[in-house]
Design a protein around this ligand. Structure first.
Ligand code: NDP
Length: 447
């Protein structure tokens, strides 16, 4: 149930953005938390902050033509949604995946506003992407696609305007091709225009590891608040991409054991602990399927249908793959198996129905906009290094990331407490993230 002042805002979202179910879901989840804010701050309502914040400042949709290895012309669609720049230049990743359409980009961009606000750093929210499927494409095809995508995107970005980064399907290789094209088009070595760059061309230490490491730093704070630690805990991490791999690495460093991981085709269980070097070789080097893991590791098993990774009993579940990957039945199974903590490494991986089940349980739930903010926070640190033409050590950058994640945790915990919902990280994250943006929007007038 939404507050009476918020229901019309949501009705407008439904009316103005037909068919964009992920965007509806993301706005509902934020608005649901904001009832107490609206009651306390009539000035936000008078200035129509809510109606303004759900409407992107700018939405760009463009054609991306390119030529494949058989000399055939291919056409994809590109997107950039510049959602909110009250706190700083638009900032958020670019996703290449066949499921990408405007509703996905808007949900991600909307979440990004509050996530970026929670970091305490001067960055607004945006997101982009394309329905291009990189799977099975040659290096040459990836390069030509990225160059064509950047040819249009370059008109809309800049270090003080909008700063894209990677996301699903966009890693160091793709960002390299995009930065190369940007540099060629503009005759400008403006490093701060993209983040997630390679270390030899303006990138930051720890950016590759940041989302996964940050996820685990946040969850470690949750455990500490309960007088616990990762030591001896069984952890299930879904996905085996950038976020999942570095979440696994940090769990291992903190004494936990990750016993299962997945990709879009199935999942592996390894009770001795996932062999991370093997997983990195399969996913980062060979760009292959996770099913290969069981061929190279005795005692591990693979499942591809019938059950989900959430049927594996664990103390802590960390969904790091994709939106809506953990449903109502999975939530019931996790509760039954004694799981006590779920932290979203991915963006919105837990469905609304699952959230309702979890809310009635003893499980602590930590939302993605707080948990996975370490990636964008380290991107902002990359922008700082680019602006000062400096580069920091791994240890220094990692210490800054850790400090930022601890700050986000205390901001969420204190805000939840202030609004009478101690231990409710969803309320804490949504309200703390929202208030900072709303105050900036008020100060900037009606723009
Ligand atoms: P990657 O593309 O590197 O990895 C995604 C992983 O998830 C792959 O292993 C993929 O498998 C798997 N996957 C996709 N769909 C499913 C599914 N339905 N079931 C199980 N596994 C699936 O992406 P990232 O790791 O970068 O991103 C993961 C999530 O984290 C996304 O929600 C992203 O928005 C979010 N995020 C990422 C940040 C970053 O810095 N990278 C920052 C903040 C959030 P396959 O190989 O088969 O496709």
């Amino acid at each position: 149930m939404l507050h009476e002042k918020l229901q019309p805002v949501f009705d407008d979202v439904l009316h103005r953005n037909p068919g964009e179910s992920e965007f509806h879901q993301a706005t509902y989840e934020v608005l649901e938390s904001l009832g107490p804010v609206v009651a306390k701050r009539p000035d936000y309502v008078d200035a129509q902050i809510l109606s303004r914040i759900v409407e992107p400042e700018r939405q760009i949709i463009f054609r991306v033509p390119w030529v494949d290895d058989s000399s055939r012309v291919q056409i994809n669609r590109g997107f950039r949604v510049q959602f909110n720049s009250a706190l700083g230049p638009f900032k958020g990743g670019v996703r290449f995946h066949p499921s990408v359409y405007l509703g996905i980009v808007k949900f991600l961009g909307f979440e990004q506003i509050f996530k970026n606000s929670l970091t305490g750093l001067p960055i607004g929210g945006g997101k982009g992407g394309s329905d291009f499927d990189p799977k099975g494409r040659s290096d040459g095809e990836i390069m030509r696609f990225c160059q064509s995508f950047m040819t249009e995107l370059s008109r809309h970005i800049g270090q003080y305007t909008d700063v894209p980064a990677g996301d699903v399907g966009v890693g160091g290789r793709e960002l390299g091709y995009m930065f190369g094209q940007w540099k060629r088009l503009t005759n400008n070595y403006e490093s701060g225009v993209l983040t997630g760059k390679g270390l030899t061309w303006g990138g930051s230490q720890v950016r590759k590891e940041a989302t996964g490491y940050g996820t685990v730093y946040f969850l470690d704070e949750v455990l500490k608040a309960r007088g616990e630690s990762f030591e001896g805990k069984k952890v299930v991490v879904s996905g085996s991409g950038n976020v999942a791999i570095y979440a696994i690495e940090k769990v291992n460093q903190l004494g936990g054991t990750v016993i299962a991981a997945s990709d879009s085709a199935g999942y592996v269980v390894d009770e001795d602990g996932i062999d991370l070097e093997l997983l990195k070789d399969i996913k980062e080097v060979r760009r292959s399927r996770i099913s290969e893991y069981v061929d190279r590791r005795a005692g591990a098993s693979y499942a591809s249908n019938g059950t989900t990774i959430w049927s594996v009993p664990c103390d802590i579940a960390v969904p790091c793959a994709t939106q809506n990957e953990l449903g109502e039945d999975d939530a019931v199974t996790l509760i039954r198996n004694g799981c006590t903590l779920i932290g979203e490494g991915a963006n919105m991986p837990v469905t609304q129905a699952a959230l309702r089940v979890l809310a009635e349980s003893e499980i602590t739930f930590a939302p993605g906009k707080a948990v996975n903010a370490g990636g964008v926070a380290t991107s902002a640190l990359e922008m700082q290094q680019n602006a000062s033409r400096d580069s920091w050590t791994f240890e220094h950058t990692d210490a800054r990331l850790n400090e930022i994640m601890r700050g986000i945790h205390s901001r969420c915990a204190e805000t939840a407490e202030e609004y009478g919902r101690p231990g409710d990280y969803v309320t804490g994250a949504n309200i703390a993230g929202f208030n900072r943006v709303a105050d900036a929007m008020l100060a900037l007038g009606v723009i």
